[in-house]
Design a protein around this ligand. Structure first.
Ligand code: ADP
Ligand code: GLC
Length: 488
């Protein structure tokens, strides 16, 4: 079969700009697809905080983007994903993107990303490179499928099929109705079975209605979002489109996340020889001012501090855990102020037992993955989750709540038969989390053989993208066939 041309349209991509796991996915999957022989490219805005990794060159022509009353001009920078033949284009438009934050609460967010959606398509036309598939990631690029189905339908780019991946249904991109005009979309699309929601524009919904095929990042999440409990108001749309929606588990960049080679670590290790992990633990304890106790289990967290991640449960449970168990915590993240404050308070009350890193710190994130004994991820909802995958690969069995991708990636510890890769709990309560942490703690102290088995099995899992890349190719071909049929 002939190789495919695929454009990834995205608001984030590793290693240039990252807020969360979306960037990891968009930085890794294209490399895997390129290795399979496909022509894959990435387009993303150039933010004030974007890191110019590798060689960059400005394209000679500016890009005229048709949004609002007049054409807006952008400069296009071209580079490549490190270590791969995957061109990456960054759109420089200072008015919209010079600020450092990717999302924040900017009042013009919808305009910024309506611009991105239109610009991504104009860029293909300028490059004279018409993709078979445009792979769109979350609400920011939800207008791409609509543009292709309407105003651009009769142009060559209108042949492109779209695959829309839901990374997180919680963020949908609401905007005033006027965005329709700004994006130069037909007003006939401002209706409930297209892009209208509660009298406003919903950019996620637009993508969900208009994309040729839909995916999300785990099979369990694909089921959850079709229910009222997990659909964040869009479950009717997802039930309507159920036949076009599948869940494909995210992989990890196994070369980048490798405890035997990770340059961020002070020592390396493998499943056969975990000595280096003890060195990482000592370095972590030192860095976060934890007591230098090799025999006390460290429970690690690397996360955005938001309700989705269930860290309020941890904040609530922590005093009791620290009063009744011999454990330490190593936490890294930022977000909701009350959570940051609750963890800081715990660090003050339990000196040497709770260590906190703040802000976005890629190096410390890796040290926590490697130097902790157990990873904690009590998410209320979790589309896939990557940090539990990194943890398992780094020999750090995770404590997770049974939701979304955590169900699909972590098998509960079965003591009797010595199976499983982590500790799974059900209820989103501080008590259930405390019990699970207690269980992990008891396993660590009292059944070291059982604990070592968990580590070994976790490290032996294959979470590489190789497993899932083939599934995306199938979805792309499915989308291309469907688009061809629709085109007649
Ligand atoms: P989400 O995308 O919902 O935040 P994921 O588990 O899919 O959750 O991905 C989170 C990614 O962001 C991981 O690569 C994780 O290491 C990284 N990360 C989260 N918080 C921080 C932080 N404070 N510093 C560095 N990396 C972080
Ligand atoms: C989102 C989800 C997370 C997922 C990531 C990558 O940010 O919250 O669960 O792993 O996207 O798909």
């Amino acid at each position: 079969m002939r190789p495919l041309r695929v454009l990834f349209a995205t608001p984030e991509v590793e290693p240039f700009v990252k807020v969360g796991g979306l960037a990891d996915m968009v930085g890794a999957l294209p490399k895997e697809l390129a290795a399979l022989g496909h022509d894959v490219r990435v387009v993303c805005p150039l933010y004030g905080s974007t890191k110019r990794v590798g060689e960059w060159r400005a394209r000679p022509e500016s890009l005229g983007v048709e949004v609002g009353p007049e054409t807006r001009w952008a400069r296009v920078w071209e580079t490549a994903l490190p270590g791969a033949r995957v061109p990456a284009y960054f759109l420089e438009h200072d008015w919209f993107f010079a600020r450092p934050e990717v999302y924040s609460d900017w009042p013009d967010n919808a305009h910024r990303f309506a611009f991105l959606s239109r610009a991504a398509l104009t860029l293909c036309e300028q490059l004279d490179w018409i993709p078979d598939v445009i792979h769109c990631h979350d609400w920011t690029v939800g207008f791409i499928p609509v543009l292709l189905n309407t105003v651009l339908r009769d142009r060559p780019i209108g042949r492109a099929a779209t695959v829309f991946t839901i990374h997180n249904l919680e963020h949908q991109g609401y905007a005033e109705a006027g965005l329709v005009s700004y994006a130069r979309l037909p007003w006939s699309e401002f209706r409930a079975d297209s892009l209208e929601s509660h009298g406003q524009v919903n950019m996620m919904k637009a993508g969900l209605y208009h994309a040729t095929k839909l995916t999300t990042v785990s099979p369990t999440y694909a089921r959850e979002i079709r229910t009222a409990a997990g659909g964040f108001g869009l479950d009717p749309v997802l039930r309507f489109r159920a036949a076009d929606l599948i869940g494909i588990l995210n992989g990890i960049d196994a070369a980048s996340w490798d405890p035997a080679a990770d340059p961020a670590l002070p020592a390396h290790y493998t499943a056969a020889d975990l000595a280096g992990k003890a060195t990482c633990k000592a370095a972590l304890q030192l860095q976060l001012a934890l007591h230098p106790a090799p025999g006390v289990p460290v429970f690690g967290v690397v996360s955005r501090f938001v309700a989705q991640k269930g860290l309020d449960l941890l904040a609530e449970a922590m005093p009791r855990i620290l009063d009744t168990m011999q454990v330490q915590f190593a936490l890294l993240g930022s977000g909701e102020k009350h959570l940051e404050e609750a963890f800081r308070q715990a660090a003050r009350l339990y000196p040497g037992r709770v260590g906190i890193g703040t802000g976005f710190n890629a190096k410390l994130a890796r040290l926590i993955q490697a130097g902790s004994d157990v990873f904690v991820m009590p998410s209320r909802s979790e589309p896939c989750g990557l940090t539990q995958l990194y943890a398992m690969r780094y020999g750090t069995p995770p404590v997770v709540r049974a939701t979304g991708g955590l169900v699909d990636t972590v098998a509960n510890f079965e003591e009797g038969i010595d199976q499983g890769t982590g500790f799974v709990f059900q209820a989103a309560t501080a008590t259930a989390l405390t019990d699970a942490i207690g269980w992990a703690c008891a396993t660590y102290y009292d059944r070291p053989e059982g604990f070592a088995g968990l580590q070994r099995r976790g490290m032996a899992q294959d979470f590489s993208w190789t497993r899932s890349a083939g599934k995306y190719v199938e979805v792309y071909r499915w989308a291309v066939a469907a688009r061809g049929v629709a085109a007649g």
